[in-house]
Design a protein around this ligand. Structure first.
Ligand SMILES: C[S@@+](CC[C@H](N)C(=O)[O-])C[C@H]1O[C@@H](n2cnc3c(N)ncnc32)[C@H](O)[C@@H]1O
Length: 179
């Protein structure tokens, strides 16, 4: 499955939701999503990773492509406020955050770099093996939901999730609109 198709399917979104936007993909891994968006002229994506090695051969194709690779940590994003129309994190943070303050910092940071009117897409919201982590994410999103500058909508991810424990169950995503 193409990366774009996979990203959109998990968040129940369409190509129109990406079109023409400046997007930040946090914890991108190999930056297929950014590369496909550039190749298909859909959007400009900044692919952020903490691990330089994850970019692999994609590093060599930079000159020819309309995307950007960035090294940094989700907990302290190396970008100014309100830069991006869309900020995405899929199968990375917050489910890889191992301590409570990292969950909170990551979500704060994603909100900070999103433009007003923009969105933050976050999924999945839980890890079956780490109930404590699930609770931190829930508490953080509840607090954000009570903030009148944000509008939250949760939904069910596509069930076809390769490589994570319990993948036949329903996982949730959250779309946060920054007002
Ligand atoms: C499962 S992979 C990438 C998933 C990719 N978004 C996708 O759906 O194909 C998760 C990535 O998140 C990165 N990552 C984990 N914690 C991070 C953090 N705190 N800041 C930035 N990247 C992080 C890891 O290095 C890893 O490459």
């Amino acid at each position: 499955m193409e990366a774009i198709e996979r990203y959109l399917e998990h968040f129940e979104k369409t190509i129109a939701d990406l079109q023409g936007k400046l997007i930040l993909d946090v914890g991108t891994g190999y930056p297929l999503f950014a590369m496909e968006c550039a190749e298909q002229n859909i959007a400009r994506v900044v692919a952020l990773e903490k691990n330089f090695e994850s970019f692999g051969l994609a590093r060599n194709s930079l000159a020819a492509k309309e995307f950007c690779l960035a090294i940094g940590c989700a907990e302290q994003l190396p970008f100014t406020d309100e830069m991006f129309e869309l900020v995405i994190t899929l199968f990375s943070v917050p489910i890889l955050c191992q301590i409570e303050k990292n969950v909170s910092h990551t979500i704060n940071e994603m909100c900070r770099v999103a433009k007003p009117g923009g969105e933050i897409w976050l999924a999945p919201l839980e890890r079956p093996d780490l109930p404590e982590l699930n609770e931190w994410i829930k508490v953080k999103l509840t607090a954000l939901g009570n903030n009148r500058n944000y509008l939250l909508r949760e939904g069910n991810m596509s069930k076809e999730i390769a490589g994570i424990p319990g993948s036949l169950r329903e996982f949730k995503y959250c779309v946060i609109k920054k007002l």
